[in-house]
Design a protein around this ligand. Structure first.
Ligand SMILES: Cc1cc2nc3c(=O)[nH]c(=O)nc-3n(C[C@H](O)[C@H](O)[C@H](O)COP(=O)(O)O)c2cc1C
Length: 352
């Protein structure tokens, strides 16, 4: 096996094992709409074995960053359909990353009538960029009531149904980087005293219910989950990430998932790839600062089924063919990562 060999991940069919990692690029419109520019960006990168989209909000409450897309209106579904059609026409595969940011939000970046909600009313000690007012403190979230939690789970189910209607091959639950599922899992952000807080069983309940709802909608082998145990991003803290993820992955192993997407953190408190291998019974996708050579070796050794690449895909839309031909990689211009328009987005050329 090598990076170029095809792969079945549950019901997903990959032409190769070079996956495009999910990346927020802030090129959406005000109404959280996917658009033509995004279609061209993803079409250019369809040579990936699988594209995982940028984080996509399952509801207006799930938005938090500027110019990020959703998948909760008919117009958004129609917009995504154009994108999945373009990727499929190139022979690619694409899943939507469902991302509810919870408390990692500024109201400046959210539509009127939406709210910033979280497991507990604890503000993240961090700032977030807004087009209207520059850097802002993150919102003080309102704690979800017990009665509201099933509605949020329902948002994940409906987003999955919408993703399938939009032609996606599957969905990925974003369960890291300090967003809503991670807020429920972690002791620092979850101080609830009901069935969704306290013990590890209770803190994992939200994530497992979201996964079950997504799988009930998508069927077996079309739902993945992304994790990074111990990741402190966005002011997240868990007293014992090893224990939390032992439990979560044990339960998730019993579900018919497509894959587990693990971000390794060389400097973190937990060896995430080892933890994933030990506690998850299904297929593993690795990520974070892999070179193509290192990824190829990990696949050849049977340690990982596939590896995702983020930054390399920004500057190298034809990353797979560059690897095939052993061509050098282009460098990312970080000044245009989140800026509106095609510059630094669809402007990177293929190798000649
Ligand atoms: C501009 C940018 C945006 C990102 N947005 C997301 C996101 O929406 N969802 C997510 O799970 N990870 C996101 N990430 C993390 C990447 O998926 C990936 O984990 C990270 O870039 C490390 O992989 P790499 O070393 O191959 O770049 C983002 C990374 C970058 C550089």
């Amino acid at each position: 096996m090598d990076l170029l060999s095809p792969l079945e991940l549950g019901a997903l069919r990959l032409r190769n094992r070079i996956v495009m990692a999910p990346m927020t690029r802030s090129r959406s419109d005000e109404a959280a709409m996917p658009n033509e520019l995004m279609r061209e960006y993803y079409r250019q990168r369809a040579g990936a074995g699988l594209i995982i989209t940028e984080g996509v909000a399952p509801s207006a409450n799930g938005l938090g960053y500027c110019r990020t897309p959703g998948i909760y209106t008919e117009a958004q579904v129609a917009g995504w359909r154009e994108i999945t059609d373009a990727v499929h026409a190139e022979g690619g595969a694409i899943v939507a990353q469902i991302m509810h940011v919870g408390r990692v939000a500024s109201h400046y970046n959210k539509p009127e009538g939406s709210e910033t909600v979280a497991p507990s009313a604890i503000q993240a000690k961090a700032q977030i960029y807004t087009d209207q007012a520059g850097m802002q403190d993150m919102d003080m979230p309102r704690a979800l009531t017990l009665e509201e939690i099933p509605q949020v789970i329902e948002e994940y189910r409906q987003a999955t149904a919408n993703a399938l209607a939009a032609g996606f091959d599957g969905v990925e639950l974003h369960c890291t980087s300090g967003y809503l599922p991670a807020q429920f899992l972690s002791t620092g952000t979850n101080q609830r005293e009901d069935a969704y807080g306290g013990s590890v069983e209770n803190r994992a309940r939200f994530v497992l219910e979201a996964l079950e709802a997504m799988i009930a909608e998508a069927g077996a082998g079309r739902v993945g989950m992304r994790i990074c145990p111990g990741n402190p991003f966005n002011d997240l803290h868990d007293d014992n990430p090893g224990e939390t993820f032992d439990y979560l992955l044990g339960k998730a192993s019993a579900l018919p998932m497509a894959y587990l997407h693990v971000i390794r953190t060389p400097k973190g408190p937990v060896d995430n790839l080892a933890l994933g291998r030990k506690h998850f019974a299904g297929r593993l996708m690795g990520n974070e600062s892999f070179s193509l050579e290192e990824a190829d070796a990990a696949v050849a050794a049977g340690e990982l089924e596939a590896v995702s690449f983020g930054r390399a895909f920004i500057a190298n839309p034809d990353l797979v063919s560059r690897w095939q031909q052993k061509l050098p990689l282009a460098e990312v211009d970080f000044s245009t990562i989140y800026t509106p328009g095609p510059n630094g987005y669809t402007s990177y050329p293929n190798a000649a």
